[in-house]
Design a protein around this ligand. Structure first.
Ligand code: PHE
Length: 456
């Protein structure tokens, strides 16, 4: 029987928007502005951008090339190049599979907040205890997480072109327009310029080695690297498209949205708090506790709040789509399941695994693994441990075990499609020497931090 033809993106725009959709997510919106503010504003930005253009570029183009060369999902792609190294791709797919359920828990919270603001009840969300009380409720959080998983599943079930590409082509342009509107509105508020200055002006005394490691870790997370995603998406990229320029476009998209998020969040919090950077809070607290308070005091705040949470909803959904696709493409290639069967099975399992994460802020708060609740444990094991290990092994494999020229040939497009690889020399240096050392530094520091040995 003839083998079923592998799906493809219709072209470069669809591919770039889908990959940028994966990259742009909660990491850009809450994590980036918070880290930039903490680690010295402009100096952090500069280091971050250098990492994106060097190490980020190297890992992303390598993963896309592995995917396109093998035309397989992550759990088979490395094996197609060297059977002994197949496990590296399996690590990537496992990372995606661990992240997906708990990312959908946050997705569920975002649905709730978008709904609260759209229905005009935003003021209620501005009280101190609203979020903690909501997140502790078992039924609502589990049901919302399920809805987020199912919504992602439906889109992925439609396939690469009719599902992922179509949704990305609608959501990503809306996301960028909303980000620009909100950022401009916030920056026009009286007193906002102090926040903009704090965000952009380099402050050397806040800058440190930890800041560099923070920038590096953020870069991996933000570009969705080392989780099988870019391998899966690369496997659907038509042969004639240039990998080098695609990576540049994805990186520009991701960085611009991170900057816009900084322009909306830091000045908004500054205006609200009278210039106190501590009000930026951290992670979950910033987005679900402090920002609703800021919106509540702002003119047209309920409209801006509603637009903001719709934007975040789109950002999160295009990211969960890519997480699910990394595991679905793996299941289809490894077990020969149909796309629909893979989506149904993986979504059911993810809903079940997501339940303890959804309950981590309430009934299961005391259920601890290595001193972490289930939600934080999933985050730690995937982002701080497995992700750097996968990235490091990818560098070692492509840099030392495989003939690197195989990947370079793929990047150049082969005989038929000639795309000169402009950054070839620096790519090889980064891949073999600089990236592995940098990744090892993140791995060691994040494990020590997770174990409570050091605190950043
Ligand atoms: N890159 C996404 C962001 O910046 C996060 C993400 C992580 C997406 C894991 C998919 C998988 O938020």
């Amino acid at each position: 029987m003839e083998e079923q033809k592998r799906s493809q993106f219709s072209g470069k725009i669809g591919f770039v928007l889908a990959a940028a959709g994966s990259a742009v997510g909660l990491g850009n919106i809450w994590r980036f502005p918070y880290l930039a503010a903490k680690y010295g504003g402009g100096s952090f930005l500069l280091v971050y951008i250098i990492f994106v253009l060097t190490i980020g570029f190297t890992i992303m183009i390598t993963e896309l090339a592995i995917g396109r060369k093998s035309r397989l999902g992550p759990t088979k792609a490395y094996g197609a190049l060297d059977s002994k190294w197949n496990f590296v791709g399996i690590i990537g797919a496992i990372v995606a599979f661990i992240i997906f359920p708990y990312y959908c828990v946050i997705g569920g919270w975002i649905i709730k907040y978008a709904w609260v603001f759209i229905s005009g009840a935003g003021a209620a969300a501005a009280t101190d205890t609203y979020f903690t009380e909501f997140a502790a409720q078992p039924v609502e959080t589990v049901v919302l997480q399920m809805i987020f998983v199912i919504a992602t599943g439906i889109i992925v079930a439609f396939g690469v072109q009719k599902g992922i590409e179509k949704v990305s082509k609608i959501m990503m342009p809306i996301l960028i327009v909303l980000s620009i509107i909100i950022a401009i509105f916030v920056c026009m508020q009286p007193g906002a310029m102090d926040g903009v200055k704090y965000f952009l002006l380099p402050s050397l005394q806040n800058f440190s080695f930890q800041g560099c490691l923070g920038a590096l870790g953020q870069m991996f997370y933000s570009l969705s690297l080392a989780m099988g995603i870019m391998i899966a998406y690369g496997s659907y990229l038509p042969q004639q498209e240039s990998l080098e320029s695609s990576v540049a476009q994805i990186e520009i998209f991701d960085t611009v949205i991170a900057l816009l998020a900084g322009f909306m969040i830091i000045p908004a919090v500054f205006v609200y708090s009278g210039g106190d950077p501590a009000a930026l809070g951290k992670g979950v607290g910033l987005m679900f506790i402090n920002l609703p308070k800021v919106f509540n005091t702002m003119q047209f705040g309920s409209i801006i709040g509603a637009l903001f949470f719709v934007m975040v909803l789109f950002a999160a959904l295009t990211s969960t789509i890519s997480l699910l696709e990394a595991t679905v493409s793996s299941a289809c290639d490894s077990f020969k399941w149909s796309r629909k069967k893979a989506v149904i099975i993986l979504c059911v399992v993810s809903i079940i695994i997501g339940i303890p994460s959804a309950l981590s802020f309430g009934v299961l708060a005391d259920f601890q693994i290595f001193g972490m609740d289930f939600f934080s444990f999933c985050d730690f094991i995937s982002n701080s441990v497995l992700m750097p290990i996968g990235a490091l092994l990818t560098c070692v494999f492509v840099g030392y075990i495989l003939d690197t020229q195989i990947i370079i040939d793929e990047i150049e497009g082969g005989e038929l499609h000639n795309h000169p690889f402009k950054r070839k020399k620096i790519y090889v240096v980064l891949l073999k020497y600089i990236a592995p050392i940098a990744i090892l530094a993140i791995l060691v520091s994040s494990i020590l931090e997770g174990m409570g040995v050091i605190a950043f």
